[in-house]
Design a protein around this ligand. Structure first.
Ligand code: 9MG
Length: 278
């Protein structure tokens, strides 16, 4: 299994699970209410996440929540690139850009982004050709449908087989344009076109995706699958989020995408201690 990932010139150690801190720069971000939209606020939040132990900062300029509105390319670039530039100027951290737009990807890669985190797995126009020009890490996430409608009536013939087939097809599409398998990360896409039961089946047996031989990313933090199970509002989901982070890491996830960096880093340290003592 791969121990490092090349992130556009930076090397990310994945010998142990890494924490990716979420930095939303959208006015309608569900967890920060848009308070971090100014560059200084975004920088301060990134700094705190780095102090708390995040080794990756994931900047997103378009919400992917169910029902979220589309954002124009120009607006997304205006939101994301100044924050990316400021973070790269101040901190030695891998920056991931959560986008599905080729132009945003190109701008971000030219300004030092190390990971492209695409919930549409590079299926939009020109995305494959754009990222193929860089030695960047790419997170291919599985989603059934689109954010506007994905939770309407998700259906799978076989949940795991369907998602594995999707990854195999996306890996092949990447390889066809010259993207190497070692650049890829896979993510089952918790909450993206899955029922509550399907989300928990994925979490129970996430290790099945290890057969693809790629590092896995898990994004579970504060998601509805936690809120709906526990009947908790978004700001009351820490215990549930930490539990899911540990379950994912135990099954081989190498990147855990979270809002609550400090608490997740602590939880992963305890897990690491127990694993090392075995
Ligand atoms: C942007 N975004 C929101 N949820 C996500 C998840 O679960 N995984 C990834 N890779 N990105 C996500």
């Amino acid at each position: 299994m791969q121990l490092t990932i090349n992130c556009n010139g930076q090397v990310l150690d994945i010998s142990k699970p890494q924490v990716m801190g979420i930095l939303n720069v959208t006015p309608d971000s569900f967890s920060d209410g848009g308070h971090f939209n100014s560059i200084n606020n975004a920088l301060a939040q990134a700094e705190q996440m780095i102090i708390d132990g995040a080794t990756i900062i994931d900047i997103g300029g378009e919400s992917t929540r169910p029902g979220a509105k589309d954002v124009a390319e120009h607006d997304e670039i205006e939101r994301v690139i100044p924050v990316l530039k400021a973070i790269k100027q101040h901190f030695d951290v891998v920056v991931s850009i959560d986008t599905s737009k080729a132009k945003v990807m190109r701008e971000a890669l030219e300004h030092g982004a190390g990971i492209i985190n695409d919930v549409r797995a590079l299926q939009n126009e020109n995305c494959l050709a754009t990222v193929a020009q860089f030695e960047v890490a790419i997170c291919l996430m599985h989603m059934q449908g689109l954010p506007r409608s994905m939770q309407n009536s998700p259906h799978y013939n076989n949940l795991f087989d369907d998602i594995i087939l999707f990854f195999e097809q996306r890996i092949l599409a990447c390889q066809k344009v010259g993207i190497k398998k070692e650049q890829l990360i896979i993510d089952p896409g918790f909450g993206f076109g899955k029922t509550l039961e399907q989300n928990y089946q994925l979490l129970t047996d996430m290790n099945k995706f290890m057969q693809l031989g790629l590092p896995m990313l898990a994004g579970l933090s504060r998601k509805s699958m936690i809120g709906n199970l526990l009947n908790r509002d978004v700001d009351e989901r820490l215990a549930g989020s930490l539990t899911t982070a540990i379950l994912a890491a135990q099954q081989g996830a190498k990147i855990i995408r979270v809002h609550d960096v400090k608490e997740t880093v602590d939880a992963l340290k305890v897990l690491d201690k127990v694993s090392l003592s075995r």
